[in-house]
Design a protein around this ligand. Structure first.
Ligand code: COA
Length: 378
């Protein structure tokens, strides 16, 4: 564990790199070897095997849910979605926001008003309902009620599109959920834990997570990844486009990671899921273009930052997969929150058990105190 000393200036300046702020049983990110373990299961094992309901059981309890528990969770989540849908009319203008994450933040923030004792299951169940309702309203379409017989993943797609999704689409969304459910001390999880450490309620901590997830350096990258692919358009333009971006000092979205020095294992899992999904011709072309962009971006970034290992991160293939599932790009970050809320809730519990306020230090580098009366105070 790193301890504070004078040598920590570098770590401090570069965003708390390597500073340990918690001991967690939830997930382990090995950036050198590209491994992610969630409650003792590798992400490769979970993606394609675990349903969203399984993930809730695993992350919240540490146990793979048995048949009975899994069924109970599925029913409880369905009830939670129904309750959240019943609340839509009381949300006022929250879902009118032009940005999906602004809408989600406002809508989730109202959950405490409706029920001060709201629990993690109800908060988790509400997020896809609010996200889908926001997207429908943005598209000028009527909201679609949840269907209790569907799984969480299938119902999200159903509330979004108004159609029953195919089993392969629901399974692909479950695989995506497995890839993003928890990921060490990422920015949104840290934000949620800081709020939880003050003794604030669960909803406040989840809202903090949503706020942090909104940023393009964290959960807001997949939309811009698709924008990038659209702007590049064809394989022949890949190199020139990327070179121009880097020359202009802009970052290539979906590339690089604070922890990983190798390819993010979630990028590989999502690429696999995307390529095994039945796709339209357009999706096929986009996947081929994405692979070409990844290859070239990796090469150019290696030239510029040979020691850094800037490779594709989770957001790169998230963009391709969610697009192939018919989820609008304006909803990508909110879809990330549909799953990550499970991790936030578990971290809030863990932080509460730790029972210590998170309150780091700062080094004052401002002006020295002037002699009394020497500096007029306006
Ligand atoms: N494109 C271009 N340059 C990049 C880059 C990218 N995607 N990622 C990092 N770099 C550059 C940085 O600008 C920095 O350059 P500098 O030393 O000239 O300032 C250098 O590489 C080292 O950066 P590093 O410290 O390793 O990055 P970080 O840990 O601060 O940032 C991210 C990590 C994820 C914020 C960063 O890689 C990024 O912005 N990626 C694009 C956004 C994205 O995909 N976010 C989703 C993350 S899951």
């Amino acid at each position: 564990m790193l301890r504070w000393n004078d040598d920590m200036n570098t770590a401090r300046a570069s965003g708390l790199d390597g500073i340990v702020v918690a001991h967690t049983e939830l997930s382990d990110v090995d950036g050198e070897h590209g491994r992610l373990v969630i409650r003792g299961c590798s992400v490769e094992d979970l993606a394609g095997r675990a349903t969203f309901e399984d993930l809730c059981g695993l992350v919240w309890t540490g146990e793979w849910p048995s048949a009975g528990v899994g069924g109970d969770l599925r029913a409880a989540l369905a009830t939670g979605r129904r309750d959240a849908f019943a609340r839509l009319n009381s949300l006022g203008a929250a879902l009118d926001a032009g940005d999906g994450m602004d809408a989600l933040r406002a809508a989730v923030g109202q959950l405490t008003a409706a029920d001060p004792a709201i629990d993690r299951l109800q908060v988790t169940a509400a997020i896809p309902v609010f996200a889908a309702a926001w997207a429908r309203r943005q598209a000028g379409q009527p909201v679609v009620p949840p269907r209790p017989e569907l799984s969480h993943a299938a119902d999200y797609l159903q509330m979004l599109t108004g159609r029953l999704p195919g089993a392969s689409h629901a399974a692909a969304l479950d695989a995506y959920f497995a890839c993003v459910v928890d990921h060490g001390m990422n920015a949104s999880t840290f934000a949620a834990r800081v709020v939880a450490s003050t003794g604030a309620d669960l909803v406040s901590a989840v809202v903090a997570g949503i706020c942090a997830l909104k940023g393009p350096l964290h959960g807001g990258a997949p939309g811009p990844v698709l924008d990038m692919l659209d702007a590049i358009g064809r394989r022949e333009s890949v190199r020139a486009w990327l070179e121009a971006e880097l020359a202009a000092g802009r970052r290539i979205m979906g590339m690089g990671h604070r922890i990983y020095r190798v390819r993010d294992p979630r990028a590989a899992a999502l690429e696999r899921v995307t390529s095994s999904l039945e796709r339209s011709h357009a999706d096929d072309r986009r996947l081929a273009l994405a692979r070409a962009v990844e290859q070239e971006a990796e090469r150019l970034l290696a030239e510029r930052y040979p020691a850094r290992g800037l490779r594709a991160n989770v957001e790169f293939y998230t963009a391709i997969l969610l697009d192939a599932l018919g989820i609008p790009r304006s909803l990508f970050s909110a879809t990330f929150a549909v799953s990550r809320v499970v991790g936030w809730c578990a971290h809030v519990d863990e932080q509460r058990r730790a029972g210590r306020l998170i309150r780091p230090a700062s080094v004052y580098v401002g002006a020295a105190a002037a002699a009394p009366g020497a500096r007029p105070i306006s």
